[in-house]
Write a protein that binds this ligand. Structure first.
Ligand code: SF4
Length: 342
């Protein structure tokens, strides 16, 4: 019987998907693809990846571009912090004068964690360092019937060690991609296709008869419900938007429709809007209700017509702009704005 590492690679050579970022050894292109693929589906990433590399084919081209252009090209992909950090890291690569070649060096760049560093270092530079994403965690947890939830640092360390034992020293990048691919296509969270799995002969969870029992569950955070009010302020064919500050943790620098969270604190929505954006607000009819889920939050957004009196001053730091709908399409915005204006 061939060893599991060779079985895995042979399976990948036979069945691996032909993805645009496979087959390249360009560390910059691999890095861009790995950042885009974080929390985002392969099919969604494909067109963004192509457009991004056409416009910014090198770290130099990316570093030179204004951040607004980078965010506009990222618009719709979500998690904009990724784009900002990618842009900043490109600047650091250019300043350094060369691309980092080891996982340890790569991790020093903004926005690059152990997973991305391992993926780039192994695929582009053949460093034998194992990647550990959600897919690999699941495959390894099942393969060794791991008796701990893969959450604590010690558990992750153990899983990474086992994943490293499956790397072919000659082709560590392909081994890593094979494990990720196996998790995505075969060892799925529900109904894994063990019959088609190259690791079946040595898989402990399969032998036990219930692969879905692994990974052991971690305690779930309860869903938090929130109500928000968004305000559509129109002037002829233009809509009033505000730009989020660059210091925000979430969606920094994107343009959004004015909104506030509705709280049972006795204050009116107009007052909350005034506190947040400055000026004096008045609200009109309700236009629609939209549900929007972000991680563990379930948000109900009520969209109302409204006016912002020109008499009042805007709050310090608030940046407002009037845009036509066709102009909004080329701005960095969130998927919520698209939903509200659809
Ligand atoms: S045999 Fe089944 S449970 Fe085990 S690694 Fe393969 S797909 Fe996953």
């Amino acid at each position: 019987m061939a060893d599991p590492s060779s079985e895995l690679l042979a399976w990948f050579d036979r069945t691996g998907r032909d993805l645009p970022w496979r087959g390249t050894r360009d560390p910059y292109a691999i890095w861009v693809s790995e950042i885009m693929l974080q929390q985002t589906r392969v099919e969604t990433v494909r067109p963004y990846y192509r457009r991004f590399l056409e416009r910014f084919p090198t770290p130099e081209a990316l570093a030179k571009a204004p951040i607004d252009e980078v965010l506009a090209l990222w618009s719709g992909l979500g998690y904009y912090r990724r784009a900002r950090l990618l842009h900043r890291a490109a600047g650091e690569v250019v300043a350094k004068g060369r691309f980092p070649t080891t996982a340890a060096e790569l991790e020093e760049l903004p926005g690059i964690g152990p997973y991305t560093a391992a993926a780039v270092a192994s695929i582009a530079f053949d460093e034998a360092v194992a990647v550990l994403d959600g897919n690999v965690e699941r495959v390894i947890s099942r393969w060794i019937a791991f008796a701990e939830p893969p959450r604590a640092a010690a558990a992750k360390l153990r899983l990474r060690e086992v994943a490293a034992s499956l790397l072919d020293p000659e082709r560590p990048g392909d081994s890593n991609q094979a494990l990720m691919e196996l998790g995505a296509l075969v060892c799925r969270p529900r109904s894994p296709s063990c019959d088609a799995c190259p690791l079946v002969a040595s898989c402990a969870a399969y032998r036990e008869g219930d692969p879905e029992a692994y990974p052991l569950p971690v305690e779930k955070r309860a869903t938090e419900r929130r109500r928000h009010l968004a305000v559509l302020v129109e002037r002829k064919d233009e809509i009033l938007l505000f730009r989020r500050s660059d210091d925000e943790d979430l969606l920094a620098g994107i343009w959004e429709i004015p909104w506030v969270r509705l709280r049972d604190d006795g204050a009116t929505a107009e007052l909350h809007l005034g506190t947040r954006y400055g000026g004096s607000w008045s609200l009109g009819e309700t236009l629609r209700l939209v549900r929007h889920g972000i991680t563990y939050r379930d948000i109900e957004v009520e969209l109302r017509r409204g006016e912002l009196s020109e008499a009042g001053e805007l709050a310090e730091g608030a940046e407002a702009g009037w845009f036509r709908r066709d102009e909004i399409e080329s701005l960095p915005t969130s998927s919520l704005l698209e939903k509200l204006l659809r």
